[in-house]
Design a protein. Sequence first.
Length: 288
Amino acid sequence: MKELHRASDAQDWAFEQRRAGRRVALVPTMGALHEGHLSLVRRARELADAVAVSIFVNPKQFGPNEDYHRYPRTMAEDLARLEAEGAEAAFLPDADEMYPEGFRTWVSVEGLSDALEGAIRPGHFRGVTTIVAKLLHVVPAHVAVFGQKDFQQLLIIRQMAHDLNIPVTIEAHPIVREADGLAMSSRNRYLDEAQRQSALSLSRALAAVRAAAADGADQQDDLEGAAWGVLDPEPGVVPDYAVVLDPDTLSPLSEGWSRAVCLVAGRLGATRLIDNCVFSRAGEELPA
């Protein structure tokens, strides 16, 4: 596996693959890789001939009081895992490589970036879309694979790629969960034993919403109430939101909806976790 630190070297690698007629996939990550990340790499290998994985803890998507300096960094373990999964290249830039002196260009997706995570973390999505746009130019892939756990981010990146005519397919991959239902996240390692148990309320809230739909609930307020009924009583969890929305636009559900997404977020001490599920009127879980 090639380890590439300069954007120009990563771009050269990708163009070399394309000239050889190979289909290229990119998996952008911030490292601290877990089974969820590795499942993205496996999906990328199914979709392409050559897979590149980027590892970059992007300072531009962290707010001033967030966990940028605390965010786990496990580079040696990450590279060993990627090589074992058969990734052909790892792009490992530092902040100066991605944001050199004088950097002043930003990419923003209006509307979709304003609510939920965007409202709670001002500037977060501007940092996300800027770095993803840069990565898709540095590694001009045919397909880029993202996890569904960051559902709002997934929609925003799809919109950005469409609006900017970036010739890439944005592939969504299902959430990978622990055996007890907790969505895998690099931040789960922050949780103590009690917080780890309380965190299960997020996935239980999603299950409650699907069960309510299966029982015939179809009004947004009723579905959201099912989620709050799980989150509100849970000790140690401070919920940020529990909403049920249109999965394509993040707008309120319309009459006669056929698909919906429930998105939940909460804080457990200093750790903040998110989760989601897309479901039908019958309560069946659906792909993003």
